[in-house]
Write a protein that binds this ligand. Structure first.
Ligand SMILES: *Cc1c(COP(=O)(O)O)cnc(C)c1O
Length: 367
């Protein structure tokens, strides 16, 4: 029995009939760009995320970019990001011309450590971008307090945590303007590229909508030099259907995680996921850590079990960020995570027999 790292089969079976019907409606309507489907999804997603507004966008990277642009962040500005995030967070900052400033995470939660933020704030700092990594909410009360005290904007990168909350408040609803991705493998994923921003600020919403559509509010009248970063009508139709299942799928993810937490207790040096007080985790990924990471990955691979590493090279050691001049050893927590982390199979529809095989295979490796 093979255990893939990720399979869409279960989710796709649930949405297949509705999605084909939605495609037929979309096809017959002959309206392809910024129409009823995008509008409908924006309303639904804003309501789900308990924010006033949402703007559908082309992908998560563009959403992060537009969030920064809407706040007028650019050359000469610094933006605080975690040192162990997916590269998109940094790329968005670089692409608006600002400077990413890396802050080390908490080694237990893997999220940016609020205790490390203040020391990195300078007169150039404009915003903090917390990333709810692997599906766990950052410690948002602490982060919002630091932002308020220092007069900084907050932009959440909520690509991995649709449905997570901190003290009952949903991720993606804390910041001034927040970005998310609906890349297929995310908890809420389109059947292709898609993303969005969420906000309670109508002015920021308006700016974001202009930027995504050539800097235009009225067709052929351009107020600023914008982009084409629009959410596709067809993807919006699929996302509206999939959003109806997100809560159920997150419940399934949490149940699988709980079974891993139980089945993988007390094995060698294996470190299991840890959730901070007041934070919730929607397990976009189930990430374990071990000094024997590479050997364990090879062992699981030989047993037909798919795994991935999120992420093998921290941003400051990427060639693309050599200009930051941060040497190996300077961000030891991000480096430690990259050298020891391993993501094991977790997706809605993973069956108990498959999960037991993963647990048994990990146990046998340490015996
Ligand atoms: C997936 C992801 C993104 C980027 O999303 P795309 O839609 O692939 O551009 C940004 N940040 C994080 C943390 C992600 O996981």
């Amino acid at each position: 029995m093979e255990v893939p790292f990720l399979s869409f089969s279960h989710m796709n079976q649930q949405i297949k009939a509705e999605s084909i019907k939605a495609f037929e409606t979309f096809f017959d309507n002959q309206w392809y760009v910024l129409g009823k489907e995008v509008e409908n999804f924006e309303k639904k997603y804003a309501s789900f995320n308990e924010t006033q507004f949402c703007a559908g966008l082309s992908n998560g990277l563009d959403a992060l970019y537009i969030a920064l642009k809407s706040l007028n962040i650019g050359p000469g500005d610094e933006v605080i990001v975690p040192s162990n995030t997916y590269i998109a967070t940094l790329i968005a900052v670089s692409n608006v011309g600002a400077m990413p400033v890396l802050v080390e995470p908490n080694i237990k939660t893997y999220n940016i450590d609020p205790a490390n933020i203040q020391a990195k704030i300078t007169s150039k700092t404009k915003a903090i971008m917390p990333v709810h990594l692997y599906g766990q909410s950052c410690e948002m009360d602490e982060i919002m307090a630091i932002a308020k005290k220092n007069n900084l904007f907050v932009i959440e990168d909520n690509a991995q945590a649709h449905g997570a909350d901190y003290n009952g408040k949903l991720t993606g609803s804390f910041g001034n303007i927040n970005a998310t991705s609906f890349y297929p493998g995310k908890n809420l994923g389109a059947l292709g590229d898609a993303g969005a921003i969420t906000t309670n600020d109508e002015k920021l919403l308006e700016t974001a909508r202009m930027i995504r559509n050539y800097g235009s509010k009225k067709k052929y009248y351009n107020e600023i030099i914008g982009y084409n970063m629009r959410l596709d009508e067809c993807q919006a139709a699929f996302l509206s259907i999939k959003l109806n299942y997100l809560k159920e799928w997150n419940v399934n993810r949490k149940a699988i995680a709980a079974a891993y937490n139980d089945g993988l207790k007390n094995i060698g040096d294996v470190v299991l996921p840890y959730t901070a007080d007041n934070a919730s985790h929607v397990y976009h990924l189930y990430v374990i850590r071990t000094k024997k990471r590479n050997e364990l990955q090879e062992h699981l691979n030989k047993n037909g079990i798919g795994t991935l590493i999120h992420y093998p090279v921290p941003p400051h050691l990427q060639k693309a960020y050599a200009h930051l001049n941060i040497k190996k050893g300077e961000l030891p927590i991000a480096e430690e995570i990259s050298e020891t982390c391993l993501s094991i199979p977790l997706f809605p529809g993973l069956i108990p027999e498959q999960q037991q095989k993963v647990i048994d295979s990990i146990r046998s490796f340490y015996q």
